[in-house]
Design a protein around this ligand. Sequence first.
Ligand SMILES: [Fe+2]
Length: 154
Amino acid sequence: MDYLAWQDDLNTGIQVIDDQHKRIVFMINLLIRTQEPGHSRDEVGNVLNELVDYTLSHFAFEESLMEEAGYEFTRPHKHVHKIFIARVKDFSLRFKAGEDITQELIGLLSRWLFNHIRNDDSNYVQSVKDNMNVLVSDKQAGGWFSRSIKKFFN
Ligand SMILES: [Fe+2]
């Protein structure tokens, strides 16, 4: 199975978001690697848990950036995240029940993520960027960024 490659048009130009998206791609690639010979089911389970965990934190962080910016489509964007999380949790349950869902899940993750970044995330970029300067200037101890990173990624 081919590894996922980052593509330049996936860059939003918001460094913290691009870094998180790249990390998700890296973790999908870890999952792909577990499909090569010599990897146990436990390993798949561990990568899966970490991937779900990290993605949840990323969504929460992204949602608070949108809210903070007063982005007008925050609600529908959060809804898209929610539906996706439900789908992934369903895969998780099937995996725990002993089903081999990894290939199918990798397919969903790769398609969904790139599509979501290109179509949904790209829409909030302007409004979040406009608000960035305000947040970055919040430099007192525990400024908005460090507070949020701590809160969502502890
Ligand atoms: Fe998103």
